[in-house]
Design a protein around this ligand. Structure first.
Ligand code: BGC
Ligand code: NOJ
Length: 812
């Protein structure tokens, strides 16, 4: 069953039934000011950091779901309703939500009145702008009472939810003209406030929550709205809100637009006050003035649309597969931008208080984003590397506001350092900017400790080399990519965190075949980089370690039909035919096949066939099989999940592309394509009722074949799945690969594909690439021409900047 449809021309997903199986959300803003908005108007806003600068409240895990948001209430004299159906839940005559690129419109029709709310964050603006368009489609005059609503969060989203003895006494607001200012704590250490304005004189307002709702009413029945009269309440402590009351009279056929601005201001300490206890509103007024007419709002939206045209024009495809094209051209790239902005911090599954920016996550997210705005990727790489330690280890996460490493989660995830090599080389291949390697970058943000970024790559590489276990394989530390395979934790105390408790790493033999494969893949990238910049000795030194790792994997990592997953603390195999449960895992087989280890000896094909046989199912490839059915103290969190969920035999979508890429190494385009479609959201749209989450973005996990409800997805939006699928489809299936000195074309497709077309902007030139597959082949380029001239090999050399070039590729 579907709840809407794609509108590719407008780059929107159109939801036509508000009762989606889960709130289907969108993100507004892409630099400093952000909002999350659901298809019924739920969600919240924050400035840069969802924990420390939360502007409006939201109630996670509430009953009903998705409580709190930016609501409009309409009282038309007979009925009280909301354009988004919720929160009033008055049956609408029609409903439509359009989620687009960083904007959302929600339209409801009731009793002949159409109300459409547009929400977006204009470029370079610390505010969310909302335009409410009201239209009278009847032959009678309509007198409407419009109430807006947001609830302020007292800045720190964590303490806002717990420290009520203080919170209920601190709230302060100011009301001037049609603007409600939220200034809680402004007179002490905060130099910021928030505001909510409307571009019309208001006939009333409320800022005290209980006055607005009535103590025992929910979001669906605010007393003032039901009574049709605001109370002009001024909040003193308790829970400050902002609600404007505006009366609108519409003649038959008439329409009216109201513009609301929800903004954030920072003032320098000496400029905080206008007079005693009256805040300096200059900056707020300036922003409000930028959007005081509907025409100005429309112009700002047009600018945002043009911005997205530009971003999405860098890479476009035409394959004849509508569902594929819309993912690659629109939604997958959009999700990559969002994961780049938020890492794993704020979604409807991530509360915005628990996790900051992940070291490994952000490096991987970069790969799906770097072609859009390389300069932002550059800045991010430096931020990430600045949290590294001199021995190459690093904080697992950092806070976006302070950019400092997060002490609570600490370090010791031994895959982390290698991802910096991926992030940096992806950036240089895209941009050609080698100067980043000379950039001075500190350790642990210590001023004075700066070394070159290249040095950071060296210590990253060496961190693996310096932490090898008894089988010559990388020690896993707290965990490798799989956060839940906690081999040194041995936790039997439910009050401990699996992630941060590391009881026994001393003397541990816990080694990871996932890190081993990862090291070979990105170690080779490191070697290639060294050669390109003339560091031949370093390249040779690194190559020796890689060769040794390949040998160790073949010797100690092969189980006969697949690669084992790890060795545990005691040196016993994990993910081996000798194990009773979880005989095979996806990650090591993904990375070792991507690395092509044992390709000639048939190991790659065999491992991939075992994955197909044991891990593949209707909805994707599960992480391990058979699932753990009891708790193994020596394995940790992975065995705490019920079978079929999360890291215990869930379809953990992030790692499915590793197998797709492995299949392309083996040259089996048909398999790669089959796996791609299984988890690709546009291909599962038809089963939205089972799948539950948004059909336009990837989810972290789909319940696996052993789960209670196979095919049910969770944790949409913020997942490495976005970047990895984009990387797999564009660089390995379609095979358009940026390299240091040109664009390599190496498709690996299903044999029934007759060809496809790609337009790729790269280093200032535009390439119009036509790939033809006359013989139904899966891999291999027979010829390549640029503007009719034959080229040796399959790499298009860098062409003069500014030009457009026609490239024709014929497969074998
Ligand atoms: C999740 C990870 C998370 C970890 C720590 C795992 O279950 O899949 O995303 O990092 O738990 O909470
Ligand atoms: C999600 C985390 O963000 C990521 O870092 C991790 O690799 C996966 N979960 C697997 O546990």
């Amino acid at each position: 069953m579907k709840y809407g449809h794609f509108d590719d021309n407008r780059r929107e997903y159109v939801i036509t039934n508000p009762r989606t199986p889960w709130p289907w959300i969108n993100y507004l803003g892409n630099e400093d000011f952000f909002s999350l908005v659901s298809n019924t108007g739920g969600g919240y806003s924050f400035y840069k950091d969802a924990k420390f600068r939360r502007l409006t409240r939201y109630r996670y895990n509430n009953v009903p779901m998705d409580s709190g948001g930016k609501y409009f209430y309409i009282n038309d004299g007979e009925t009280v309703w909301s354009p988004g159906w919720k929160p009033c839940k008055t049956e609408l005559d029609s409903y439509e939500c359009r989620h687009g690129m960083n904007y959302t419109t929600i339209k409801g029709v009731k009793n002949g009145v159409e109300a459409e709310a547009l929400y977006f964050v204009p470029l370079k603006t610390w505010a969310e702008v909302q335009k409410l368009t009201l239209r009278n489609t009847t032959n009678e005059v309509k007198a409407l009472k419009i109430f807006s609503f947001v609830e302020w969060c007292l800045w720190n989203a964590a303490s806002d939810m717990e420290n009520f003895q203080r919170n209920f006494s601190t709230g302060e607001v100011e009301i001037e003209d049609s603007v409600i200012y939220h200034k809680t704590e402004y007179k002490e250490r905060r130099d910021h406030f928030a505001y909510y304005s409307v571009n019309e004189p208001m006939q009333g307002f409320d800022t005290d929550r209980e006055t607005f709702f009535g103590l025992y009413n929910g979001f669906d029945e605010p007393q003032t709205v039901l009574e049709g009269a605001p109370c002009n309440s001024e909040a003193h402590g308790w829970s400050p809100i902002a609600s404007h009351y505006v009366e609108v009279v519409l003649q038959p056929g008439e329409s009216k637009e109201l513009v609301y601005v929800l903004g954030y201001v920072e003032n320098a300490p000496e400029e905080k006050w206008e007079s005693k206890n009256i805040i300096n509103k200059t900056k707020a007024k300036a922003t409000i003035a930028r959007f005081d007419t509907a025409a100005k709002v429309d112009a700002a939206l047009a600018e945002l649309n043009a911005y997205w045209d530009n971003l999405l024009n860098v890479f476009t495809i035409k394959t004849g597969e509508e569902k594929l094209d819309r993912m690659v051209n629109i939604w997958n790239q959009y999700q990559c931008m969002i994961t780049f902005c938020f890492s794993r911090s704020a979604s409807f599954f991530e509360s915005g208080i628990g996790r900051g920016m992940g070291f490994r996550d952000s490096n991987q997210d970069l790969v799906g984003f770097v072609h859009q705005i390389p300069e932002r990727a550059r800045e991010r790489i430096i931020d990430i590397a600045s949290t590294q330690f001199p021995d190459g280890g690093c904080y697992h996460q950092y806070q976006p506001l302070t950019k400092k490493g997060n002490n609570e989660i600490g370090q010791g995830f031994n895959d982390d350092p290698m991802w910096l090599i991926l992030g940096t080389t992806a950036y240089i291949k895209e941009s050609g900017d080698f100067t980043i390697l000379d950039e001075p970058v500190p350790f642990d943000n210590e001023i004075g400790s700066e070394v070159s970024l290249f040095h950071h790559l060296t210590v990253s590489f060496d961190h693996v080399v310096n932490n090898l276990g008894p089988h010559g394989l990388p020690l896993s530390g707290r965990a490798d990519w799989n956060d839940c395979l906690n081999l040194n934790c041995f936790s039997n105390d439910p009050n401990e965190s699996f992630q941060t408790t590391e009881n026994k790493s001393e003397g541990s033999q816990a080694q990871s075949l996932m890190i081993a494969g990862l090291f070979v893949v990105y170690g080779r990238d490191y070697v290639e980089l060294c050669k390109v910049i003339g560091k031949t000795e370093e390249a040779a030194r690194a190559q020796q370690h890689i060769d040794a790792m390949v040998a160790a994997i073949k010797l100690n990592g092969w189980d006969g039909d697949w690669f084992i997953r790890a060795y545990d603390y005691f040196g016993n195999k994990i993910g081996s035919k000798d194990n009773e449960e979880s005989k095979i895992f996806i990650e090591s087989n993904g990375w070792c096949t991507m690395a092509g280890i044992g390709l000639e000896e048939g190991m790659v094909a065999k491992a991939l066939d075992s994955v197909k046989e044991r891990l593949d199912c209707e909805h994707g490839i599960v992480l391990n099989n058979p699932p753990f059915t009891k708790y193994y103290i020596e394995y940790g969190e992975i065995s705490s999940y019920p079978p079929g969920y999360k890291e215990n035999a869930g379809i953990f979508c992030h790692n499915n592309p590793w197998i797709m890429i492995g299949e392309t190494v083996q040259g089996r385009g048909d398999r790669a394509w089959e796996y791609f479609r299984k988890i690709c959201p546009s291909y599962t749209e038809e089963i939205s009722d089972l799948h539950k989450v948004e059909p336009y973005v990837y989810a972290q996990m789909i319940a696996g074949k052993d789960a209670f409800k196979p095919g049910e997805a969770k944790n949409s939006w913020l997942t490495g799945t976005a970047a990895w699928n984009y990387y797999a489809i564009t660089q390995y299936i379609l095979g358009i690969q940026p390299t240091y000195n040109g664009l390599r074309i190496e498709p690996c497709i299903a044999p029934e594909w007759k060809g496809f077309a790609v337009t790729r902007k790269f280093r200032g030139a535009t390439y119009q690439i036509e790939v033809k597959n006359p013989n139904g082949s899966m891999k291999g380029v027979a010829s390549l021409t640029v503007d009719g001239k034959a080229i040796e090999g399959n790499t298009i050399p860098l062409m003069p900047v500014g030009g457009t070039y026609k490239v024709e590729v014929v497969m074998n």
